[in-house]
Design a protein around this ligand. Structure first.
Ligand code: DLZ
Length: 155
């Protein structure tokens, strides 16, 4: 992941100080989603995005990311949206419905608004797997989501 950050840092074809990002954060599994948010925020700042150009909004759970992302992306001054969530499998099929709903929903928001809306959602079998991906041994997927947003703006 650090490699990806380096490949964008300082070399961006666009002036990132002029770009404004929305980050929508699900409150479920907040230990994980806060770490993902911090990763995304830190990456954007490292890449040259102004602090005042990062707008955060919380939603209750990952399922609500779709509507939160739509409201955020519909704002004229927002260039890209990063959705942060974490769904951990439980004993019921709820996991599958939330994952399916948000995946489809975020895809729709991309197409409808024609803005990059990034899927920074962990879908894991255990909390340990989520922690590994939220600043643990497998990096920080929030950071990756931020880099993805920048790459899409460069596109
Ligand atoms: C209900 C629920 C469950 C069981 N698990 C999660 C989860 O692991 N991660 C998450 O972000 N949200 C979960 N939710 C809440 C749903 O996303 C949603 O907020 C509710 O179903 C209300 O629409």
């Amino acid at each position: 992941m650090a490699g990806q950050l380096k490949s964008v840092s300082g070399k961006s074809k666009i002036d990132l100080s002029k770009k404004k990002f929305g980050i929508v954060v699900a409150e479920w599994n907040d230990e994980i989603t806060e770490a993902l948010y911090e990763g995304a925020f830190h990456a954007l700042r490292t890449l040259g995005v102004k602090k005042s150009h990062v707008v955060r909004k919380n939603v209750p759970g990952t399922f609500e990311l779709t509507l939160g992302a739509l409201w955020m992306a519909e704002k004229k001054d927002i260039d890209a949206v990063i959705c942060i969530g974490c769904v951990i499998q439980g004993d019921t099929p709820h996991f599958d419905y939330i994952c399916q709903g948000v995946t489809y929903g975020i895809t729709e928001v991309n197409i409808k608004t024609k803005k990059p809306v990034i899927f920074g959602v962990l879908t894991t079998l255990t909390k340990a797997q989520a922690l590994e991906r939220a600043g643990g041994k497998l990096g920080n997927k929030g950071e990756e989501a931020a880099v993805t947003a920048v790459k899409m703006l460069e596109f």
